[in-house]
Design a binder for this molecule. Structure first.
Ligand code: FAD
Ligand code: NAD
Length: 487
């Protein structure tokens, strides 16, 4: 076994781990980064954010091409070459993971490909393709990420049952696809498959799609999804899946946790009889669980909470003083940009700085069409916290740019402190909302008020004007909508 020492060992090379390793190297530390994959990238680059967005880009182009006949331009029905589409997606993944690997080498970060087992608070063993290594470290950052949640009632060993990883492989375009879970992955991958030609049904156990987002934003998306998807079943649970010769037979039961009288309501039974349907394929996207069952974790003092997340303080230090944890394994929200920001805090804390992870806003973007994005407090959160807020909304149908791109289906909203006009939250539903939300995050972090946003000159004609005009709505003075301020 080879022996090696390092100042900082980073276990897991996703957007949390590689950001930590690179920043630590920039600050002059000797760093070793460990992952099972050939290059850094993690779930996000190999089987998450990046391949899904490549496919969603293609879906958007197909959708626009179809829609172009309304503008007097016809391309005919798109022909899909699945091999070429998969190759495009793979080339995107290879380019990015290869590029991150190169940047690691340029920074002199030592990358070891292999599976790590912790061996106490200052050491780990790595079983790699090129032999085993015992690595002694001064500090370690755990960034082992998360994996798809498995549900016992949906456990069936069949190639027709997919999770996000196999779904992204695009094995075929099934005639019918059931998506279990109306969250981020279900709606994004459901959009890809439906655009490619599958008849997609979505089943969601709560009362609405994307339970964490404000309902007015979701309803903009839902209107469009109702035309794209063949069925959206809310307040419904899958109770059984069984393989038949021609597909998977799925049994549904009405009633979810939000449904009085539903199966989860102890006062009564299901609010209707069960039903069943046959699907060519089923995609399960019911959430992700933290990868905290790290081999050898018990040899350290690291603690794991009831939900399986590694417990950390504001600096992302675990109960074991030499070990830190960041990213999906360290808590919600499970988003790449949250992981990479925690990475910087952990590295600075290891260097003895007074860094702390206390963001006022973490943006969330669902890359459907339209996109939904929110940052800071949602309206529902602000209400639940009993804050004295006002909500200012601007409909995209009133903005020039939305009309020029024929996408009036959008809404921009600000959640504001009623007295001071300080922006506490921003929500956007509409084409390209994911790009626009960054301005909202900056506004919240900088303590911007509606007055500041109103006075900031935004370029015309752009969708960014909807943010400025929402601020004008707060004062009852929006140029393009007539909404006098209630006295
Ligand atoms: P991960 O990216 O999960 O990386 C962890 C790494 O650790 C993996 O490479 C794993 O192999 C390695 N590892 C674990 N245990 C060991 C071990 N014992 N030894 C060696 N290596 C180990 N987030 C967004 O912000 N935007 C998006 O658009 C987005 N889209 C997504 C789409 C899909 C389909 C999925 C599944 C997720 C998506 N996410 C998105 C979530 C995002 O991928 C995660 O939040 C992010 O990858 C978390 O980063 P991380 O560094 O914590 O860990
Ligand atoms: P999710 O938490 O976003 O959605 C899961 C959905 O499944 C929820 O609406 C939940 O109510 C529902 N559900 C749970 N059990 C169910 C059951 N038995 N039957 C029917 N519905 C059920 O989880 P996900 O879509 O699997 O994604 C996992 C995580 O990955 C996300 O929470 C997010 O953090 C990350 N992600 C982010 C992006 C992005 O940033 N664009 C994209 C994909 C994934």
């Amino acid at each position: 076994m080879a022996r090696d020492t390092t100042q900082l060992a980073v276990l897991g090379a996703g957007p949390g781990g590689y950001a930590a390793a690179f920043y630590a190297a920039d600050l002059g530390m000797q760093v070793t980064l460990v992952d099972e994959e050939k290059n850094p990238g993690g779930v996000c680059l190999y089987r998450g954010c990046i391949p899904s967005k490549a496919l969603l880009h293609v879906a958007k182009v197909m959708d626009e091409a179809r829609h172009a006949s309304a503008w007097g331009v016809s391309f005919g029905e798109p022909k899909v070459d699945l091999n070429k589409l998969r190759a495009f997606k793979q080339s995107v993944v290879d380019k990015l993971t290869g590029g991150v690997g190169q940047v690691a080498r340029m920074r002199k970060v030592k990358f070891i490909q292999g599976r790590a087992t912790l061996a106490g608070p200052k050491s780990m063993k790595i079983a790699g393709a090129g032999g085993d290594t015992e690595l002694q470290f001064e500090h370690c950052i755990l960034a082992t990420g998360s994996s798809p949640t498995r549900v016992p009632s949906l456990a069936l060993d069949s190639p027709r049952i997919m999770d996000s990883t196999s779904g992204l492989e695009l094995p075929d375009v099934p005639k019918s696809l059931l998506v279990v879970g109306g969250g981020y992955i279900g709606l994004e991958l459901g959009t890809v498959y439906a655009t490619l030609g599958s008849k997609v049904s979505v089943v969601e156990m709560t009362a609405g799609l994307l339970p964490g987002a404000d309902r007015d934003l979701v309803s903009v998306l839902q209107k469009r999804l109702e035309t794209l998807f063949s069925k959206i079943m809310l307040n419904t649970k899958v109770v059984k899946v069984a393989e038949e010769k021609n597909g998977i037979r799925v049994t549904f039961e009405p009633g979810g946790p939000d449904d009085p009288g539903g199966p989860d309501d102890r006062r009564g039974g299901p609010s209707g009889p069960p039903s069943d349907e046959l699907f060519d394929r089923v995609l399960i996207a019911v959430g992700r669980r933290p990868n905290s069952k790290i081999p050898g974790l018990e040899t350290t003092g690291v603690k794991v909470d009831a939900k399986g997340f590694i417990e950390t303080d504001g600096q992302r230090r675990t109960a074991e003083p030499t070990i830190f944890a960041i990213g999906d394994v360290a808590g919600e929200p499970m988003l790449a940009h949250k992981a990479s920001h925690e990475a910087r805090v952990a590295v600075e804390a290891i260097q003895g700085h007074r860094a702390v992870f206390e963001p006022l806003a973490i943006p969330a973007v669902v890359f459907t069409d339209p996109e939904i994005a929110w940052t800071g407090l949602t309206e529902a959160q602000a209400q639940a916290e009993g804050l004295d807020i006002e909500v200012a909304k601007f409909p995209w149908a009133a903005i020039g740019r939305a009309i020029t791109i024929d996408r009036p289906d959008g809404l921009t909203k600000l959640v504001l402190d009623k007295k001071t006009g300080r922006i506490l939250g921003v929500g956007i539903a509409g084409s390209g909302a994911g790009e626009l939300i960054a301005e909202g995050t900056l506004a919240i972090e900088m303590g911007v008020t509606a007055e500041d946003l109103k006075m900031t000159i935004h370029p015309h004609p752009t969708l960014s004007e909807t943010l400025m005009e929402s601020a004008e709505v707060f004062f009852g003075q929006s140029t393009h909508v007539y909404k006098p301020k209630r006295k």
